[in-house]
Write a protein of this length. Structure first.
Length: 277
């Protein structure tokens, strides 16, 4: 008996399509509702039951930037962009040494890198706070940036190692026969080939850094606070700033969404390149 797929059942195909659209709408509805609330006055934002029609206003958006949202976003951008750049600069040669040209006891080195990710961040918070305090670098954006480098470096090394292991070693051997130095092999031969993997690693590191909250809230004050810290400043038990909170949520989330949308092709290709075959 010949098997008939989904294409042979119009009713089943329509049911699956309808169900898929329904799930998509359910997942998208919170984003739609937050966006809608951000253009309402505070007195109309927190009503229960919620009202669908209310006066339209830009008051919340102008208010959050008048209260210094730009400085928090700049701090997030500095910490994210610089830390990701340093992570890639350090992680790529390390991944090369753990994959293409394995160093002595490379598995132990990789295990050490991964073991650092098993430690809950909250367990390291008090020692880090004391170190920052004794070095007088609390509320310092550059110190926070270096901390993010150390937090993302193990994951970046592990991801880039997976990508580089998929590249044929014959390419490296051919480059060596042509007299290419190790830095030239790493940055001019292998880097262009593994660009999707680098983009995937950069995007994931950027997302982790931009969304990081625990260290930022405890190791910064006003001058070095990031976007997520500014976001929680509008959270109250009474829900007094619900409309402002909705506007800040969109502003803080937008860079990550844009970065993911721009790099989605390279992200998919990069994750496929590093997948276990």
């Amino acid at each position: 008996m010949k098997a008939v797929g989904v294409k042979g059942h119009p009713v089943l195909r329509s049911t699956i399509t309808t169900f898929t659209w329904l799930i998509s709408i359910i997942f998208f509805f919170p984003v739609f509702w937050i966006t809608l609330i951000s253009f309402r006055a505070e007195k109309d934002a927190g009503t229960f039951p919620p009202t669908w029609i209310a006066p339209f206003t830009f008051e919340n958006w102008t208010s959050i930037f008048q209260k210094g949202a730009a400085q928090y976003l700049i701090n997030s951008a500095i910490a994210s962009v610089i830390s990701v750049s340093l992570v890639l600069l350090l992680a790529y040669p390390a991944a090369y040494a753990l994959s293409i040209k394995p160093i002595y006891r490379n598995k132990d080195v990789l295990s050490f890198f991964l073991s650092t990710k098993f430690l809950p961040p909250i367990a390291a918070l008090l020692p880090l706070y004391l170190i920052f305090k004794n070095l007088h670098i609390l509320d310092n954006i550059w110190a926070l940036t270096l901390l993010y480098v150390t937090m993302n470096l193990p994951l970046a090394v592990w991801m880039l190692r997976s990508f580089l292991k998929e590249i044929p070693k014959e390419l490296v051997e051919a480059a060596e026969l042509d007299g290419a130095s190790t830095p030239k092999i790493i940055f001019q031969v292998l880097a262009p080939i593994s660009l999707p993997g680098i983009a995937a690693t950069a995007l994931i590191s950027f997302i982790f850094t931009w969304n990081e909250f625990l260290m930022a809230i405890n190791l910064t004050g006003f001058h070095a606070a990031t976007g997520p810290v500014y976001l929680v400043s509008f959270i109250t038990a009474e829900g007094l700033f619900f409309a402002h909170l909705a506007a800040v949520s969109i502003v803080v989330s937008l860079p990550v969404v844009i970065a993911g949308w721009v790099a989605q092709d390279k992200l998919v290709r990069g994750l496929a390149l590093g997948a276990v075959k």
